[in-house]
Design a protein around this ligand. Structure first.
Ligand code: F6P
Length: 339
């Protein structure tokens, strides 16, 4: 863990979940509460994210009140996206709530929108620690975000089921997965599913080369069913389906997996990571290392100073994309692309 020592002693913390929910958020809340109480710090659960902090919408949390939540999907604290908190007047109200409830620091569990809010709040003098949780895995300062593994497994399970029926009917399936502007979910799932083609926003696709020829290669190799995975940020699965019909005269079936990817009991990886991240978030506040985001880097967990974390940029590893192409029946179209 990195250091950035400041002095204020933390006696009571607030914990909230904000933005899109992710499996493992409850595990992180539990870890925050149990770590805090072990250190003699009281815990206030802020309901409905930053909006709840504005509205003083809270519940006191004890070691007992978080029992049984470890395997539960969703978030017991509820979640929301708050426009009001993005305005200085909204944040002033949130600071007033902290004063009124005697909250010395906040652990904010969520994605990059949550952390933009946390960063602004920290500038008003409220110490914060961020715990990254989003199925999109698109928080720049961390290799991994809580919920990603569970969402990948959920999407993969759906795709495996789709494949059964596509194979029986010798059809083409176009599946849209979430991920907002990022292709992590689509690429991981596409590799794991052995998809015929995968479209991600980070790679500008050529419809003829990346879809039509992939389906043709697969057909020439003897396949009669095809699985196309589309990241929502790369385009609409419905449109891709229509274009495939026009180009190849086959009638794809389109499935938009949607919010089903956000639900379900967190995987072992998500429960374990959430527990460690929640633990380190409280430790950071307790030790006076304020305004950090807990991040996984090179196998370990670090507390990144927010000033630094907010400037970082993460990129989809294009090598993974090439590995995905290498596995396809037509292989890499341009082998010199392998670094
Ligand atoms: O950020 C998580 C996420 O599920 C994205 O993948 C998706 O684009 C978005 O949230 C959907 O948001 P909402 O829950 O508001 O429909």
């Amino acid at each position: 863990m990195e250091t950035n020592t400041e002095k204020k002693q933390i006696k009571r913390i607030g914990v909230l979940t904000s933005g899109g929910d992710a499996p493992g958020m409850n595990a992180a809340v539990r870890a925050v509460v149990r770590t805090a109480t072990s250190l003699g710090i009281e815990c206030v659960g802020i309901k409905r994210g930053w909006q709840g902090l504005i509205n003083a919408d809270f519940v006191m949390l004890t070691r007992e009140s978080v029992k049984h939540i470890l395997p539960q999907g969703g978030t017991l604290l509820y979640t929301a996206r708050s426009e009001e908190f993005m305005q200085p007047a909204g944040r002033k109200k949130a600071v007033a709530t902290c004063r009124m409830l005697g909250i010395d620091g906040i652990v904010a569990i969520g994605g990059d929108g949550t952390f933009r809010g946390a960063y602004e709040l920290s500038k008003e003098g409220v110490p914060v620690a961020g715990v990254p949780a989003t199925i999109d895995n698109d928080v720049d300062c961390t290799n991994y975000t809580i919920g990603f593994d569970t969402a990948c497994n959920t999407a993969l399970d759906c795709i495996d089921r789709l494949r059964d029926t596509m194979r029986s009917h010798e059809r083409c399936s176009v599946v849209e997965v979430m991920g907002r502007n990022a292709g992590y979910l689509a690429l991981y799932v596409g590799i794991a599913a052995g998809a015929t083609a995968v479209l991600v926003p980070e790679h500008k696709y050529d419809f003829q080369k990346d879809i039509v020829e992939r389906i043709q290669d697969s057909r020439l190799a003897g396949n009669s069913h095809f699985m196309i995975v589309v990241a929502e940020g790369a385009g609409s699965a419905v449109e891709i389906g229509n274009r495939i019909k026009e180009a190849l005269g086959i009638e794809p079936r389109v499935t938009v997996l949607g919010h089903i990817q956000r639900g379900g009991s967190p995987s072992a990886r998500d429960r374990e990571t959430a527990t460690r991240m929640g633990y380190y978030a409280v430790r950071a506040l307790h030790e006076g290392r304020f305004n950090v985001i807990i991040a996984t880097r090179e196998g370990g967990i670090v507390a990144m100073p927010m000033d630094e974390a907010m400037k970082m940029k993460k990129h989809l590893q294009m090598e993974r994309y090439r590995i995905m192409e290498t596995m396809q029946l037509g292989g890499l179209k341009n082998p010199t692309e392998i670094p």
